[in-house]
Design a binder for this molecule. Structure first.
Ligand SMILES: Cc1ncc(C[n+]2csc(CCOP(=O)(O)OP(=O)(O)O)c2C)c(N)n1
Length: 365
């Protein structure tokens, strides 16, 4: 096990004081530590952007930045890593702190198994030296890697398995105001009640798990859960809806929407009236610890109108839900619904979709 205090002191002594990244459940203690200790930090919307931000930091400060990410996001990061930071291009030193889901020998969900298996190979192919950091005894190895990074101006990485960082009992501070908003399970239950024969395509994390947990067997046949590939739910929904006459709902989260925000532009330009987009906005990455996205700072009514959505609906509470959900579902135009959600949900109804080939076949029937 590793105490974060010791980890951060170790990094600080080696001049690493700037952090950016995308949250991950294995690394959530790191976010708690950063928040508690007011460490310089910028949450990026996707891992490639984090790598780019870190590059800018290096260009300015000449110091090694740290980028934290889940290994799922390594693929988002690979392009800037090999096309910008690689020694054959600009040769930029940096430290990747990677939460290693699907690490061989550890139980994990199907969507993490292949990435878990190929993580080391991906790093090798990208020419990134790494160590598995599973105890403080390995700080020596990391030290060598950091010296190598500095000397050769290249990225290096450490892989962190589940339960490596000592757990902090504290939860991330959640936005108190959020708690007056709707609970995820309440909204999804109401949504299912009002959407017979509708295809629902839902995003990564708790949202898909809640939809799966709440759906009857007949509704389940209409659901497609984007359990991996965070941020791609809206484009799957667009692709499906353009070539189908069925009613289609995209059920997205704020972290996922932000991860590939450009997709919303494509959706606004191209979607037919059979596709409706719902954003469950809890202003955070609730599934991996509640790190804030700060999407509540944005006026989504203006934003979606600029992206060519015809209608914007807002649901903040049960009263709005009664008034607006039906209107939204029956609207004949290109419509965007923002549902302000609490991010301190009770998670007892969460299921875990499995058997994905069966889910796909039933969805396509
Ligand atoms: C590429 C990638 N990066 C990071 C993750 C880890 N991850 C899983 S769910 C999630 C949060 C999703 O946030 P949001 O869409 O707002 O939904 P919420 O969890 O709040 O319901 C994250 C960061 C991932 N699965 N894939």
């Amino acid at each position: 096990m590793i105490k974060l205090k010791n980890f951060f002191n170790f990094l600080k002594k080696r001049g690493i004081s700037f952090f950016t990244g995308v949250p991950d459940s294995i690394l959530k203690e790191l976010n708690i530590y950063i928040a508690d200790n007011k460490i310089k930090h910028i949450l990026a919307t996707n891992e490639g952007s984090a790598v780019a931000l870190a590059t800018g930091y290096f260009l300015s400060k000449k110091k090694i930045p740290a980028i934290y990410l889940q290994n799922s996001g390594l693929s988002n990061a690979i392009n800037p890593l090999v096309s910008i930071l690689h020694k054959k291009v600009y040769s930029i030193p940096s430290l990747l702190i990677i939460g290693w889901r699907g690490a061989p020998g550890l139980k994990d969900e199907p969507q993490h198994l292949t990435k878990g298996l190929i993580t080391k190979d991906l790093l090798k192919l990208a020419g990134i030296k790494y160590c598995v950091l599973d105890s403080e005894k390995k700080f020596g190895l990391l030290n060598k890697l950091l010296k190598y990074s500095k000397k050769n101006n290249v990225p290096v990485a450490c892989l962190i398995k589940k339960n490596t960082f000592v757990k902090d009992k504290k939860k991330l501070k959640i936005n108190k105001k959020n708690n007056t908003y709707l609970e995820r399970n309440y909204f999804i239950k109401e949504l299912i009640k009002q959407t017979k024969n509708t295809k629902i395509i839902s995003t990564t994390g708790y949202i898909s798990r809640e939809l799966f947990g709440q759906s009857s067997n007949s509704q389940k046949k209409n659901n497609f859960y984007v359990v991996g590939g965070m941020g791609h739910c809206s484009m799957i929904a667009l692709g499906y809806s353009l070539f189908s006459n069925k009613k289609v709902l995209c059920l997205d989260g704020d972290g996922s929407m932000l991860m590939h925000l450009g997709a919303l532009f494509t959706l606004g330009q191209n979607s037919k009236k059979n596709l409706k987009y719902i954003l469950l906005n809890n202003n955070s990455h609730e599934s991996v610890g509640g790190q804030k996205t700060y999407l509540n700072n944005i006026n989504l009514k203006k934003f979606t109108s600029a992206l060519k959505f015809d209608n914007y609906y807002l649901i903040k509470n049960k009263k709005d839900l009664k008034k607006n959900l039906n209107k939204f579902l029956n609207s004949k135009k290109r419509s965007f619904l923002e549902v302000k959600m609490s991010n301190s949900n009770k998670n007892e109804i969460l299921g875990r979709p499995k058997n994905f080939i069966d889910i796909k076949n039933k969805f396509m029937k």
